[in-house]
Design a protein around this ligand. Sequence first.
Ligand SMILES: CC(C)(COP(=O)(O)OP(=O)(O)OC[C@H]1O[C@@H](n2cnc3c(N)ncnc32)[C@H](O)[C@@H]1OP(=O)(O)O)[C@@H](O)C(=O)NCCC(=O)NCCS
Length: 158
Amino acid sequence: MKVRKAGPRDLPSLVRLEEECFGVEKFSENTLMAFLMREDAFALVAEEKKEVLGAALCLCSDSRAEGRVASMAVLGQRRREGVATLLLREAEGSFEKRGARTFGLEVDVANEPAIALYLKHGYSLRAIIRDYYGAGRHAYVMEKVLPSKKRKVSVRPS
Ligand SMILES: CC(C)(COP(=O)(O)OP(=O)(O)OC[C@H]1O[C@@H](n2cnc3c(N)ncnc32)[C@H](O)[C@@H]1OP(=O)(O)O)[C@@H](O)C(=O)NCCC(=O)NCCS
């Protein structure tokens, strides 16, 4: 299995994943296309034998200080095989390359698999946004902050 940046030719696979994983709450084709084309966004796909098994849709804030995972989806029959883990690691690496020190996301408080995934990878619960997904459907804000890079300490010879 390998993870790579998605391009316009991956749109049908992204649409399929969105439909399977999110049903009526799926992102539209236009929104998915925006993740492929916008400067401040990117999409990653995990692929095996040319089949897309999962995808992560990612955003970088204007200042590029924060990376956001807008969506993470893995085909139902390929879950618990580490696909999301690979995608998350790659997304974090890309955010870091763009200068982000903080990674964040919102997740439905009822989405136990996703919450477990992010907790396992060092994300903390920061806040709750009430009715984020509609009446009575709240979201946790989760965040991971990279430790600040150590400064070189120069020692003056005495
Ligand atoms: C959430 C989701 C992306 C996880 O993908 P995945 O490829 O199965 O995740 P991984 O195999 O990398 O799992 C990593 C860890 O996350 C946790 N986890 C994942 N699924 C879990 C589940 N169903 N129950 C409990 N913990 C779970 C576990 O700690 C797991 O490690 P382990 O398998 O060693 O115990 C997947 O279930 C999915 O696509 N769900 C539908 C879409 C969705 O809700 N996306 C998230 C919101 S945007």
